[in-house]
Write a protein that binds this ligand. Structure first.
Ligand code: DGP
Length: 134
């Protein structure tokens, strides 16, 4: 994709700090890390999000994300958040699929969502709809 920042990074047209590369998957440090070591794992081929990414490739990305998370833990992180934003409304700002691997140390600016309550039969209804849509 000519205008994609991450495609340009893979092609070497934009510099990055690479931590991993194989035939299909690329890993590099996020320019705005939650904490040092925050890594983005991306497919070399352009897919916009999780929905477009073929299952086998997504599996390879997940395995690389786990390996990087294992390495970061060995270096002293106390935990790891793995995240993927899909769609602008979900916070995706770069539309080339990527998994965030985020080291956690206990004190940082990262905040998790606050859950809300279901109304009446809503929980069963939504579960039924999801099961039917699978
Ligand atoms: P998201 O909001 O999930 O689409 O995350 C995109 C991430 O990409 C964001 O945390 C910042 C990072 N990012 C954006 N542009 C660049 C870049 O040019 N280089 C690097 N290393 N990271 C970038």
């Amino acid at each position: 994709m000519p205008d994609c920042i991450f495609c340009k990074i893979i092609k070497g047209e934009i510099p990055c700090t690479k931590v991993y590369e194989d035939a299909a998957v690329f890993g590099f440090l996020d320019i705005k890390p939650v904490n040092p070591g925050h890594t983005l794992v991306i497919p070399k081929k352009h897919y916009e999000n999780i929905h477009e990414t073929p299952d086998e490739l997504l599996g390879k990305m997940a395995i690389v994300a786990k390996r990087i998370a294992d390495a970061i833990l060995k270096l002293g992180a106390k935990g790891i958040n793995i995240g993927m934003n899909n769609g602008a409304v979900a916070g995706q700002s770069v539309f080339h699929a990527h998994i965030h691997v985020m080291p956690r140390y206990g004190k940082d600016s990262f905040s998790l969502w606050v859950g809300k309550e279901y109304d009446g039969s809503e929980r069963e209804e939504v579960a039924g709809k999801i099961k039917n849509a699978l």
